[in-house]
Design a protein around this ligand. Structure first.
Ligand SMILES: [Cu+2]
Length: 428
């Protein structure tokens, strides 16, 4: 009998099954060597950043023990999973904080399948060592019952920058960074990804940035996008670049058909110089790593879509505005005229479908994230949990209220979330 069957049996008999811990995460101060003589002091999971890849099977019941070795309260969010509010990892939904030097156990059923991730969900405000600026992030991969698209090698790539500092852009405060990495290493410092001619390589890419939108290209190669935010797309398409806002994921297959040594990295030269890239090396090749600018930088989610579901009965307007808070101060953000914690809760009924009609009246792009649910980009059949709404534009997403419990909606740009851009969805 498998462990799962045993657990099921225990439940049937009404016994409380002895809980076993499947994964352990330890939150502690860490030092990363991201480049030659470049050390970063931050907080991370199990001594590294990204933290360990947590691999689980769809439908598997998992228990994760988190030990907080720091003197700050913490919380871990399981991003993209459809799990109950009390374990989702958001204090606003009712998940308890992990006390300083304390621990917590998160038990849930791993679903839906695909590329998910975990990260701290605390506010940072003006502390650039906290929250999304820290090293507390890692991949979760939930294996589907049937893996879409065959491949020979699987590579997880997490984009991230380090050493944040405040700048003043057009009078207001913004954050910039001294270094950028993929999987914790600056371009050329970590081990290259070793590939063979003829291989199909599945790239699972995460933008783990607190604030930055990124464009990525793979010199000499094209990406065949198979999933967005871990969810298979209706139409697989080959594209020269990928664009990822904070918290977005793209799964793409690359055919290794151009022997050489190539750079996968940011399309912006200065971002690659800051470290945002990684080398792919074909076996038997030892030339200098090459960069080739992509033919176009156009990115449009809808090319991977096909007509999906029709319009839901109810549309919820979501007007997004920026409020200038004063020179050398951080801007405030409003949803329908109000900032968190004063934003009006969105009330939904279980089983009903709703449209969130985003109207971004600001001059910044927003990676908008819905916890515990997925949404469909209007009439595309594309399902995501983060969507980037470009500056001065409108965009609709539709979702089914299928997971009762308090549900957080917020901008995944840390400064926007910290300064008001957050709201709760509540089931009636
Ligand atoms: Cu935002």
């Amino acid at each position: 009998m498998t462990r799962r069957e045993l657990l099921a049996l225990a439940t049937i008999r009404g016994l409380k099954a002895q809980e076993t811990v499947d994964y352990r995460l330890r939150i502690d101060h860490i030092t990363l060597e991201i480049g030659p003589t470049t050390f970063i002091k931050t907080t991370g999971y199990n001594g590294t950043a990204p933290g360990p890849l947590l691999r689980m099977k769809e439908g598997q019941r998992v228990t994760i023990q988190v030990d907080n070795a720091t003197t700050e309260p913490e919380i871990v969010h399981w991003h993209g999973l459809h799990i109950p509010s009390d374990v989702d990892g958001s204090v606003e939904e009712g998940t308890p904080m992990i006390t300083p030097r304390g621990n917590a156990r998160y038990t849930f059923v791993a679903a839906p399948s695909g590329t998910r991730w975990y990260h701290t969900h605390v506010m940072a405000m003006r502390n650039l060592n906290r929250g999304g600026y820290s090293g507390q992030f890692g991949f979760i991969y939930i294996e589907p019952k049937n893996e879409p698209g065959h491949f020979d090698q699987e590579v997880f790539l997490a984009l991230r920058e380090w050493d944040p500092y405040f700048t003043t852009a057009e009078d207001s405060m913004d954050v910039a960074y001294k270094h950028a990495t993929i999987n914790g290493y600056k371009l050329g410092f970590g081990e290259p990804v070793r590939v063979k001619q003829g291989q199909r390589v599945m790239l699972r890419i995460l933008n783990a940035s607190a604030t930055m939108h990124r464009r990525i290209a793979f010199a000499g190669h094209a990406f065949t996008v198979v999933a967005l935010d871990g969810n298979p797309v209706p139409v697989r398409k080959s594209v020269p670049i990928l664009e990822l806002g904070p918290a977005e994921r793209v799964d793409a297959v690359v055919e290794m058909n151009r022997p050489g040594v190539w750079i996968l990295g940011a399309t912006e030269d200065r971002d690659r110089k800051a470290g945002l890239g990684i080398i792919f090396e074909y076996s038997g090749q030892s030339t200098q790593p090459q960069w080739v600018a992509p033919s176009t930088e156009r990115w449009d989610y809808t090319v991977f879509g096909q007509p999906g579901n029709g319009a839901p009965a109810e549309t919820i307007p979501m007007v997004i505005e920026k409020k200038f808070a004063g020179s050398r101060w951080v801007d405030k953000w409003t949803i329908n005229g109000k900032s968190w914690p004063k934003t009006d809760p969105i009330r939904v009924r279980e089983g009903q479908r709703y449209r969130l009609a985003f109207d971004n009246r600001s001059d910044e792009a927003h990676p908008l994230h819905l916890h515990r649910h997925r949404f469909e980009l209007r009439n595309t059949g594309i399902y995501k949990d983060v969507v980037v709404v470009p500056p001065k534009s409108v965009l609709d997403v539709d979702f089914t209220a299928g997971n009762p419990g308090k549900t957080l909606f917020h901008c995944h740009q840390q400064m926007h979330m910290d300064y008001g851009f957050m709201s709760l969805i509540e089931y009636r």
